[in-house]
Write a protein that binds this ligand. Structure first.
Ligand code: G3I
Length: 352
């Protein structure tokens, strides 16, 4: 046997031994259900496909009291190219929520990423465009009137870098008034639902948060029916301590309801940081977010929603965001076992 072959075998045996030690599974966590510990509704983004898995449904119903449709209630699914609406998948989500006594959060009515054909066809005629805009919002928000407890009426209005607001079909056709107009028709469709603006990186980008809050202030001055603010909270594990608390403090200063609306902490990126260190960071951030929301007056605690149930259900495990395919961004691992982040979430609430 050549020396190099011996060396290869020796190193692979050493590696296997090392992995063998690393593979000694930690004692499984046993935690009370998330929704039992939290002084606010605990939500999850769900999808029709995932609901076909009985283990997923059991884990969801045991831990969560609110659901958001990952994509089935969005324009990309509802608005057909001929201008008609298809609610088949959205209704399945709503029906599941109703049958299981879960609060339903509507997501979302207007999003900058969409510029569908039916709207492009009337983009040159402002009154026709606004009629189509009103018709869509009235139809969708009106359909779930009395069931949806809230709606993300406009999703991600602020520019990526926080310098001003996104350019999009809605703004080109209606000006920045597209936001207040969407809120107006959503209120007309549903007199009770809490109407939200929802955006991301409000923790990591203070400039984006300031621009978001300027829009909020303008809307409140106009008397727009804005009832809540969603901070998506898609985080990286090395986010500085206190950033979440500062963001929630600033958003809550408006007096509006606050929704941690899409919580997850990716382990992707930062190759020099170990997976264990990122999972510790994830737990730290879960605890900080829980504590910050719980510290608000009860009237302002709308919900804490994780963007998925198990790691393998996450958008961060599916194309085009899957990275190296083994991200672990949520509270439950691929097999539905609670992770350190879930324990930190509950520990923080036990302290609150
Ligand atoms: O499952 C269908 C498949 O049956 C169909 O053939 C195919 C045709 O395109 O679409 C598939 O649905 C995809 C769906 O994810 C489920 O995988 C949609 O194309 C795809 O657009 C959708 O992506 C979603 C994305 O928003 C766009 O709607 C992600 O799942 C969802 O997690 C993501 O969520 C967003 C929030 O709404 C806003 N904040 C950021 C967050 C992450 O990007």
């Amino acid at each position: 046997m050549t020396p190099s072959r011996r060396a290869v075998i020796a190193s692979s045996l050493a590696l296997a031994a090392c992995r063998g030690q690393a593979q000694t599974p930690p004692a499984p966590l046993t935690l009370p259900p998330l929704k039992r510990v939290a002084p606010f509704p605990v939500g999850a983004a769900i999808s029709v496909g995932a609901l076909e898995d009985p283990a997923y449904r059991a884990l969801l119903l045991a831990n969560f009291s609110q659901v958001t449709a990952d994509w089935e209630m969005k324009m990309e699914q509802i608005l057909q190219s001929d201008g008609t609406f298809s609610f088949a998948k959205a209704d399945l989500i709503a029906e599941f929520a109703r049958e299981n006594g879960l609060r339903l959060h509507g997501h979302n009515l207007i999003w900058y990423i969409y510029s569908p054909e039916p709207f492009q066809r009337v983009a040159g005629d402002r009154s026709a465009f606004e009629r189509a805009y009103a018709n869509y919002i009235l139809a969708v928000a009106g359909r779930y009137r009395g069931q949806a407890v809230g709606w993300d009426v406009v999703n991600e209005p602020v520019a990526e870098d926080g310098e001003g607001y996104r350019d999009c079909l809605w703004r080109q056709a209606l000006g920045m008034n597209y936001v207040a107009t969407a809120l107006k028709y959503a209120r007309q469709a549903d007199p009770e639902a809490v109407l939200f603006l929802n955006d991301y990186n409000l923790e990591s980008n203070p400039k984006k948060r300031a621009t978001f809050l300027r829009l909020v202030e303008d809307l409140m001055k106009q008397g727009a029916p804005l009832g809540g603010l969603g901070t998506q909270t898609h985080l990286e594990a090395d986010l500085a301590p206190g950033a979440i608390k500062a963001a929630i403090r600033d958003l809550a200063a408006t007096g509006l309801k606050i929704h941690v609306s899409e919580f997850d902490v990716t382990l992707q990126g930062h190759p020099l940081t170990s997976r264990a260190a990122k999972l510790n960071g994830q737990a730290r951030l879960a605890g900080e977010a829980a504590e910050a929301l719980a510290a608000l007056p009860s009237a302002q605690r709308y919900a804490f929603t994780t963007w998925g149930v198990r790691d393998k259900d996450s958008w961060l495990r599916h194309a085009p965001n899957a990275g190296d395919g083994d991200d672990s961004p949520l509270f439950f691992d691929d097999d539905g076992r609670p992770k350190a982040a879930a324990a930190a979430f509950e520990r923080a609430l036990g302290r609150s």
